[in-house]
Design a protein around this ligand. Structure first.
Ligand code: ADP
Ligand code: MN
Ligand code: MN
Ligand code: MN
Length: 337
């Protein structure tokens, strides 16, 4: 007998990479740890020229497939060149090196992925002409006049749980058709694997409903919230003492520009200073402050230990890039480098 393995990878689309996948039929006697490498046409994914088009897929994380069920699996892959070195678009490999270097500091990440459903060219819940009622009641709302797409969201949540993704919650967001799910807290490489897989499941489940989901950071221009990927982080030291929490906030401030540049295309349009954001040109941190770049949750200020929330990353960010950079900045400062 055989089982189906959906090999999923991140392509080379610029400025924001997309997910791709294809199905491999695997013999029953092949253990998940022994899944073979595979290839694809990199000239169709902006990862290779047509006259030298082969790229390599290497399995890095396996999840039960909640859609096909049975023995079938979803396989997160990294992309390699044919000499088996990481492809330039392989951001996971770079983060794995940083994670390994600072493994003793045990960084954890919890990411809040915001996204927006679209149907017929407009956000789900937007009328054919004009705009819905202004923001105010949609966030964590209930009722058919406030909530759009809950059936898709519930199906996605269950699929993530069945796939073993470390999903930690969901909520409706401030704009109609806009939602959030949270993944973590887990390590910097794992959170990337889980978040990318949760995104793939979101697009795949929404497909069943004839709806698209997008991580566009500013899906509607004007007085409507953008979509972010707040990134919560802690080291072992931060989970034990407040000085380390403040030191992490300060460390992020020393490299603010490099961070903003790596936090997703179009970030200037979202981090305007309005709509619960800090302007991208100014770094700030504060307790409970949703208008700061980095927020220290009130509970953390009271407990004098815990984690911080970097509110700047865009919904379209690459979690491997963001978590690698944050780990490097906070841990190198803590190590006195
Ligand atoms: P918000 O109030 O900003 O909407 P959420 O409840 O949506 O907060 O998200 C909080 C996130 O913080 C979750 O993803 C959770 O996994 C994460 N988190 C909790 N504790 C830690 C920790 N010690 N280190 C890193 N992340 C954490
Ligand atoms: Mn949240
Ligand atoms: Mn949110
Ligand atoms: Mn948040």
């Amino acid at each position: 007998m055989v089982y189906k393995a959906e090999y999923i990878w991140i392509d080379g689309t610029e400025p924001t990479a997309r997910l791709r996948s294809k199905t491999k039929i695997v013999k029953d006697d092949v253990a998940h740890a022994d899944l073979p490498i595979w290839g694809f046409d990199g000239s169709s994914t902006n990862q290779a020229p047509g006259d030298n088009s082969d790229c390599v897929l290497r399995p890095v994380a396996v999840f039960p497939d909640p859609i096909r069920g049975g023995e079938d699996i979803l396989v997160m892959c990294e992309v390699l060149l044919i000499d088996m070195t990481p492809h330039p678009t392989n951001t996971r490999a770079k983060t794995a090196v940083i994670a390994e270097k600072y493994a003793a500091m045990d960084t954890w990440f919890g990411i809040e992925q915001e996204y927006t459903f679209f149907k017929d060219g407009r956000p789900l819940g937007f009328p054919v002409n004009g705009y819905p009622a202004p923001q105010g009641f949609y966030y964590c709302g209930v009722g058919a006049d406030e909530v759009f797409g809950r059936d898709v969201v519930e199906a996605h949540l269950q699929a993530c749980i069945d796939a073993g993704i470390e999903i930690s919650g969901i909520n409706a967001e401030v704009m109609p058709g806009q939602w959030e799910f949270q993944v973590g807290p887990i390590g910097p490489v794992d959170v990337g694997d889980h978040l990318w897989m949760a995104r793939w499941l979101l697009y795949r489940i929404a497909e069943e409903f004839g709806i698209t989901a997008t991580v566009d950071p500013k899906p509607v221009k004007g007085d409507w919230n953008g979509a972010g990927c707040h990134t919560n982080v802690s080291t072992k030291a931060m989970r034990e003492n407040y000085d380390a929490v403040i030191a992490a906030c300060e460390a992020l401030g020393t490299k603010a520009e490099a961070h903003v540049k790596a936090y997703g295309a179009g970030i200037e349009d979202r981090l305007t200073g309005a709509h619960e954001t800090a302007p991208w040109t100014e770094y700030s941190y504060g307790v409970s402050n949703r208008g700061a770049s980095v927020r220290i949750p009130w509970q953390v200020a009271i407990d004098k230990k815990g984690y911080i929330e970097d509110r700047r990353p865009n919904a379209n960010m690459d979690p491997y890039v963001v978590c690698g950079l944050i780990t490097d900045t906070i841990c190198s400062a803590a190590a006195g480098q």
